[in-house]
Design a protein around this ligand. Sequence first.
Ligand code: HEM
Length: 133
Amino acid sequence: MTRADIITETLEAVAEAVGDPTQQVYARLFEAHPEFEQLFIMDIDGGVRGSMLQQALDCVMDHADGGALAPVLVPAARADHEGYGVEPTDFPLFFTAMRDVFRESLGAGWTPDMDREWAALLSELYGLAKEDA
Ligand code: HEM
């Protein structure tokens, strides 16, 4: 299986296990970094949180597939987020919160292949987040 297959398999298994993981991902982010919760105070209907997770998932899928979107989008979004008060080094923590929730959601269904490919992908996304926008 390719990396893209393994990442797709993860996302499908998560959808089957817990449905939409949006609540869990933000709960995890705010548990690990309570200071981020107040940044979303204006997001009454959760629309911003939903779009943000969607874009982060697009970056994950694109990068797993060796696409051209993530290398452009990640540095650009990291630069935009400085305007929201998110430190550049904090920006990729959202990808870690996603992986942690997916791993927890799958329990024994989280495979060694998933563990390896998500670790590699996170490390590359952290690298992209350091690049110039
Ligand atoms: C710990 C990391 C992060 C924090 C604390 C954070 C925080 C925020 C906040 C506060 C907003 C709302 C800004 C506003 O409307 O005033 C926002 C919007 C957004 N974020 Fe993040 N962000 C993080 C990581 C990411 C990542 C990794 C991505 C995608 C690669 C991303 C994509 C987006 C997008 C697309 C929006 C706009 C959503 C919309 O308005 O529809 N964010 N983020």
